[in-house]
Ligand binder design. Structure first.
Ligand code: PHE
Length: 465
């Protein structure tokens, strides 16, 4: 099996695929709603703190584990720990902890996909509706349109089409499937994002002259310190995990296709920068001001429907709104697809490399699995005849506030304390830039795990009161 394992075809292909993995619905759908519900500017303080103290160190770790293991991801923690086990744990224990982590990560990936793929489907559906102008007809309210959209079983067709697309892309393998789609979709996504961002900056409010997009920028960039809380800190940490695809095994999986001499530090920093540009500049500077122009300071609380309810209203009132609307929803679709491909490939690689199931068959199994786990969310709104999506919101909260963070904590403790030397060595192999030992000691061993623990403890305490 080893010799038939593929690698990324080119450096640009690798970076775009990794950026495709990270840049997803998290950047354009989740970030605006989480930032808005946690006070806008006040959220950005713990957000940047978590990016530096948690995001960057863990990203470096995941690239290293992935390349070291050369396997789908979850299988690698175990063997890596085995080799270094003399340092801390007995080998058997090390393998058990590593594999357990992998199994939880596997379950979390499936859970994420139970709702993530629906949002991809909505994006595709909304792109079509933008071109047809359905939600722009006089008298159509965009919140009511969203409610009728999610309650209409016929619209699930866009979900199924998205799943078929994913299955076919993954069946084609690393270079012909994943890499070539990333090369097409990622640049297009950035072009669309920049056009929408520029348009957003010149937007007046159709509702209230004081709610211009510049006032919206103020909301996100001018912190109201009274809104700082442990709740926003944990939400920020969770968002960093979500947006950088950390904690689940999908970065490890993509890194497992790296060439042995790939520069991990430069490439992972490039991936993080591309992701943050998309999230903070495009997601923050385009989406939030657009939503603000319509909802104003009171209305912009943020819910999972923000991207689908607030934005269409603005497109309706804009010259050429159909085109801008289609651009926005296609951007969401491309962002979602390139991340979902990463999750899909991780599951298929797992079936292939652990159970010997051939790639094509694996892709079909995952397709059927996704239909099953996605069914409750598909049915939630259809059966309850409501667009409240309680179950959906609950699953997203659990993923963002606890599951990814806890997985990341276990991972950083294992790497920082049990396998430290070989982890650092792997990070620096083949690299132009090296991670200095003091950095590893300060961040990986100390600041990263301690920050996560402090955030979790204080958040849970506040929550319990
Ligand atoms: N990082 C991607 C996103 O922002 C994909 C992802 C989603 C990764 C959920 C982990 C968890 O959408």
């Amino acid at each position: 099996m080893e010799e038939s394992r593929e690698n990324w075809g080119s450096k640009i292909g690798l970076i775009l695929a990794m950026a495709g993995n990270a840049v997803g619905l998290g950047n354009f759908w989740r970030f605006p709603y989480v930032a808005a519900s946690n006070g806008g500017g006040a959220f950005m303080i713990p957000y940047f703190f978590a990016l530096i103290v948690i995001g960057i160190p863990i990203m470096l770790v995941e690239w290293s584990i992935g390349r070291y293991g050369g396997k789908h991801g979850h299988g690698t923690l175990g063997p890596m720990m085995y080799l270094q086990a003399k340092q801390a744990m007995k080998p058997k224990k090390a393998i058990i902890v590593g594999s357990l982590c992998g199994m939880i990560a596997f379950a979390v990936t499936i859970l994420v996909n139970s709702y993530y793929n629906h949002i991809i489907g909505w994006s595709l559906g909304y792109a079509v509706h933008s071109l047809l102008g359905t939600y722009m007809k006089p008298g159509v309210d965009s919140a009511a349109f969203f409610a009728s959209y999610v309650q209409n079983p016929a619209m699930l067709i866009f979900w199924v089409i998205s799943l078929l697309f994913l299955a076919m892309a993954v069946m084609k393998g690393i270079q012909k499937g994943i890499e070539s789609w990333a090369k097409l979709m990622m640049p297009t996504l950035y072009v669309f994002g920049i056009i929408l961002g520029i348009r957003a900056l010149t937007l007046g409010s159709p509702v209230n002259p004081d709610w211009s997009s510049l006032a919206g920028l103020n909301f996100i960039w001018n912190p109201d310190f009274s809104r700082l809380s442990w709740q926003s800190a944990i939400a920020a940490a969770g968002q960093i995990f979500f947006t950088l695809s950390l904690g689940m095994g999908i970065i490890h999986n993509y890194a497992s296709y790296l060439q042995p001499d790939e520069d991990i530090v430069t490439s992972s920093v490039a991936t993080i920068s591309l992701n943050e540009f998309a999230e903070v500049i495009l997601g923050g500077t385009a989406v939030i001001p657009i939503a603000y122009a319509f909802l104003g300071p009171e209305g912009i609380k943020g819910s999972i429907g923000l991207a689908f309810m607030a934005l269409p209203n603005v497109f309706t009132n804009m010259a050429g709104g159909g085109i801008f609307g289609a651009m926005w929803f296609l951007l969401l679709f491309f962002a979602g697809i390139t991340s979902a491909i990463a999750m899909y490939n991780y599951l298929v690689a797992l079936l292939e490399e652990d159970l010997g199931i051939e790639r094509k068959k694996g892709a079909i199994i995952v397709f059927i699995g996704y239909l099953i786990v996605g069914a409750p969310i598909a049915l939630e709104s259809v059966l309850t005849k409501s667009a409240n999506l309680f179950y959906f919101t609950e699953v997203d909260n659990w993923i963002g506030n606890y599951l990814l963070i806890v997985l990341g904590l276990i991972e950083i403790i294992i790497i920082g304390w049990c396998v430290k030397d070989s982890a650092l060595e792997e990070m620096n192999k083949g690299g132009l830039w090296k991670v200095p030992k003091w950095f590893f000691r300060l961040f990986h061993q100390f600041l990263t795990p301690v920050t996560i623990i402090v955030f979790l403890v204080f958040f849970t305490r506040d929550y319990a009161i």
